[in-house]
Design a protein around this ligand. Sequence first.
Ligand code: FAD
Length: 287
Amino acid sequence: MNALIPARPPDLRTLVALMKRSSPVYFVAGGTDLLTSARQMPLVGTLVDLSGVHDLAFIESSGADIRIGGATTIAAIAAHTKLAARFSALSQAAGECGSMQIRNRATLGGNIANAAPAADLVTALILANARLKLFLPGGSCAEITLEEFRSGTGALIAEAVLPNLELLPRSAFAKLGLRRDLTIARINLAAMAEFSDGRFGSVRLVAGALGPHPIRLLRAEGALSGCPLAPASLRVFVDALAADVDAAIAGRASHCWKRRAIRGLGLDAIARLCEMSPRDPLFDETW
Ligand SMILES: Cc1cc2nc3c(=O)[nH]c(=O)nc-3n(C[C@H](O)[C@H](O)[C@H](O)COP(=O)(O)OP(=O)(O)OC[C@H]3O[C@@H](n4cnc5c(N)ncnc54)[C@H](O)[C@@H]3O)c2cc1C
């Protein structure tokens, strides 16, 4: 008889051994996406509960790179002070993901594997050029960039690696949805930059929900890199953000409001990155 067989391995070694001898294997972690979408639920195979795999939930920031286990909860990511100091865009994205109840269950791996265009953590992870350590069906190990990842292949996301060399000193995340709290982003933006003495050095920007996957905003990056934090350069910056949206989604129904919304979102992200209030008169002068 065809059936869905549950499994709850205690550690990664047991899980990989199970992947070697069973097919197909599906995963459930927090269940906040899988269990709320009956259409995603598999009917036949082995359904592995990742919430008991103790060595799949960790944040290690002691060495040069930051490594985050696939079953790490979003609440744990939001609360990690060393991570916040090194890469605040990811902490802020985690802190604004769903409600406290969702964050306590939802995981990094689930956010990536669910592959929603507006998945908040994915936008921040792409900003950091994150790499993924996977276990493929059959149990072999592989490492790829996050941008190469495609969902539905049966691979286990064991960990995300944030390469130290890719992390610029400051970063921030901002999103816009239908509500202020507990909102799925209609558009989100993660920014990372060198910033000192009132001037930007390198700038990197990634936006989610402008296509199936988050994208770099290269025009806006070029407009702000090397410029002072001043109304004139911010005006050029927000125009470049709108131009990036034009290039990504011209002709789509959401194009008109997203090209306006990204201007405010960009200024919010820059205010956060520079540790300023978004109500600072400097930002008013930009409009
Ligand atoms: C009310 C509500 C509000 C939400 N708000 C937000 C929000 O603001 N921002 C946001 O980004 N998301 C939001 N979400 C979506 C969701 O909470 C996240 O995508 C979450 O990170 C999914 O993680 P999970 O552990 O619950 O995944 P699950 O539901 O357990 O799994 C989702 C998918 O990922 C696969 N999977 C899980 N873990 C792994 C792994 N380690 N390796 C491979 N595949 C895996 C599963 O097989 C399944 O296909 C919200 C959801 C709800 C219900």
